[in-house]
Design a binder for this molecule. Structure first.
Ligand code: CUA
Length: 321
């Protein structure tokens, strides 16, 4: 049992694992502290019960009677075992209320809006005038304030190392605020079952220095990079004719679809298909060739092109830094 428990705990400790045990933000730290306090209190209860049980089992194991002597009621004991759990519950209640207050940060207006889609994430920086998808950057040591909405069904916004889950509910705006305190790349995921691809609805949450963040914003605001290599130039022609514009926007080109992720700076992102795969040319080719093999039931259609033209598309898209 202890081995199983240790296995479960250690399984959450891989370098890339989005474990709440390694917080990178203020809210996650508060939540971890509360989780550890509750774990400690409940461990003491468990140990006390096991110890008493062991004492009784060992001490009275040789009693010959088939049945224990029957007594009825003991006022003192009844009071004690009512009081102890009551005190424990009150302590847990107070700790939880304290954490809830710690988590409540003052409203400073949203930094951006996170929109849940089946099965990807849209990040809308309204003030800066751009949208991106499946990867969002924020500056370290500045409170990030997020408006959280959904375009279809209920999803749940969760970056485990930053803070708690916030439901994304159609027709309603929820809010999340926390202070990222450690630079790094964190995994975000959907924490509410939202259909077939719920399990591959992920994104990257990048905490970086204010300078790096400003550079990221400046780059995201720019229209798409012009293709430079022959393959990429051919790819730009292909993408304009093959139907991608029905869903995707690439600012600065004729692509203006709004159903799918904005691809203006696709090449700068770490992942493909809501971080189902790392963003490499080989993975992008796999995705364009047979999306259902990568992310079953997703709404991305197969790209009906011969392999050579897919390669040109890949060259163009990966150049959109
Ligand atoms: Cu979106 Cu689960």
């Amino acid at each position: 049992m202890l081995l199983a428990l240790a296995g479960m705990v250690l399984a959450g400790c891989g370098e890339s694992s989005p474990t709440i045990l390694r917080p990178g933000g203020s809210a996650a730290e508060d939540i971890k502290r509360l989780a550890m306090e509750i774990f400690a209190i409940l461990s003491i209860v468990l140990l006390a019960v096991w110890t008493l049980l062991a004492i009784v089992i060992i001490r009275y194991r040789h009693r010959p009677e088939a049945m224990a002597s029957q007594t009825e009621g003991n006022f003192a004991i009844e009071v004690i075992w009512t009081l102890i759990p009551t005190v424990i519950v009150i302590v847990l209640f107070v700790l939880t209320i304290r954490t809830t207050h710690q988590l409540a940060l003052a409203d400073r207006g949203a930094s951006f809006t996170a929109v849940g889609h089946q099965w990807w994430w849209e990040f809308d920086f309204e003030h800066e005038g751009f949208k991106t998808a499946n990867e969002v950057h924020v500056p370290v040591d500045q409170v990030v304030s997020i408006d959280i909405v959904s375009s279809d069904v209920i999803h749940s916004f969760w970056v485990p190392q930053m803070g708690g889950k916030v439901d994304m509910i159609p027709g309603r705006v929820n809010h999340d605020r926390f202070l990222p305190v450690e630079e790094g790349t964190y995994l975000g995921e959907c924490a509410e079952f939202c259909g077939a691809d719920h399990g591959t609805m992920r994104f990257l949450f990048v905490v970086e220095s204010p300078e790096e963040f400003s550079a990221w914003v400046a780059n995201q605001r720019r229209p798409a990079a012009e293709p430079t290599t022959p393959a990429a130039i051919a790819g730009a022609r292909v993408i304009a004719t093959v139907g991608c514009s029905g869903c995707h926007t690439i600012r600065g080109t004729t692509l203006g679809g709004i159903v799918g992720p904005d691809l203006t700076h696709f090449g700068s992102r770490g992942g493909i298909a809501a971080y189902t795969l790392p963003n490499t040319p080989a993975n992008l080719k796999k995705w364009l060739t047979d999306p259902q093999a990568v992310k079953p039931e997703c709404h991305m259609p197969r790209t009906p092109l011969p392999g050579a033209q897919i390669d040109e598309l890949v060259a163009y898209l990966e150049g959109l830094k």
